[in-house]
Design a protein around this ligand. Sequence first.
Ligand SMILES: NC(=O)c1ccc[n+]([C@@H]2O[C@H](COP(=O)([O-])OP(=O)(O)OC[C@H]3O[C@@H](n4cnc5c(N)ncnc54)[C@H](O)[C@@H]3O)[C@@H](O)[C@H]2O)c1
Length: 346
Amino acid sequence: MNKMPIAVIGAGLIGNVHIDLAARHEDVSLAAIADPGDAARQMAASCDVPWFADHRAMLDTVKPKGVVIATPNATHAPIALDCIERGVAVIVEKPIAHTVEDARRISDASREFRVPVLVGHQRRHNPIVRRAREIVASGRLGKPVSATALCTWLKPDDYFDTTWRRTEGGGPVLINLIHDIDLLRHLFGDLESLQAVTSNQTRGFEVEDTAAVVLKFRNGALATVSVSDTVAAPWNYDLAAGEVERFPRQDVNSHYLCGTDASLTLPRLELWEYRSGKGWHDPLTEERTALHAGCPYTEQLRHFRAVADGVEAPLCSALDGLRTLEATTAVHVAAKTGASVTLPGD
Ligand SMILES: NC(=O)c1ccc[n+]([C@@H]2O[C@H](COP(=O)([O-])OP(=O)(O)OC[C@H]3O[C@@H](n4cnc5c(N)ncnc54)[C@H](O)[C@@H]3O)[C@@H](O)[C@H]2O)c1
């Protein structure tokens, strides 16, 4: 099978992960790098692929079949639209865009030009999450009723040396909680409304360091999510799932999904259910599913190829990215107004 040639636009922290994986992937090949930075030019030389300062010049010269957009959030929409208009399939890193309006533009263009757009919520591609989704979809939990998610950890002080991380939009809501909201939407379905309180009390920056969020799903289930990047705690999907090599793995759970018949933890996939008798006087049985974590970014590239070939439907479409962004930005609105925010539906 011929590999699908893809280009990476934006060769920074996460762009380099995509470059590295694309360069040795079974289904895609690295065709070019577009990023005005000198480090990107050197990276392209070391990968023996053409380098471009401007993504449009790259698109028109190399004509890749697909691109990964890993640039700063505010540039996602203009770059994605340039790709979509040229018929080039897109993975755009999360958040899909800087604003809900830009996200809608990408989603509309993807539909209008019939060009697939995937959003880089890579957790959806982890075999652990795939299994959890199968379990929930199979009905084994019964009716989904409640979920608890923890996103608690400690970012080092020098992380905040960069100004934008201390100001609005640079906090754990848009950087981290967005992944938890997307994961919960992936498992329990679309959201109806949310309430939230945020705090900047510990670090004292303009941006929040902590948030408590209550989610209501359209199926009636409720979830609470506790997020903080200023606490000495291991309960965070990134630490627990060991998905990202730069974080030390902690053998804990971060998500608890409860239904009328059984409950499930993530990422350890502990399934708790009654096997004889059913009530609080009866013992619950714990079943564990042994699953090795796979690299979700590698799987995401395999899926990208399959979507571009029309063999698979997007696991995280532009519309999914839009819905997740709407909910995440609504956290700040809910915190400012103190009111419940109703989320748009289809
Ligand atoms: N899914 C994940 O796990 C994950 C992790 C980290 C970052 N991200 C997302 O990836 C994106 C990039 O984040 P990062 O941490 O790698 O940022 P970064 O600052 O490390 O890298 C961004 C790169 O984009 C380049 N760039 C800027 N404007 C450009 C343009 N117009 N055309 C081409 N290149 C341009 C910069 O030179 C830089 O090399 C952000 O949207 C972020 O939210 C996702």
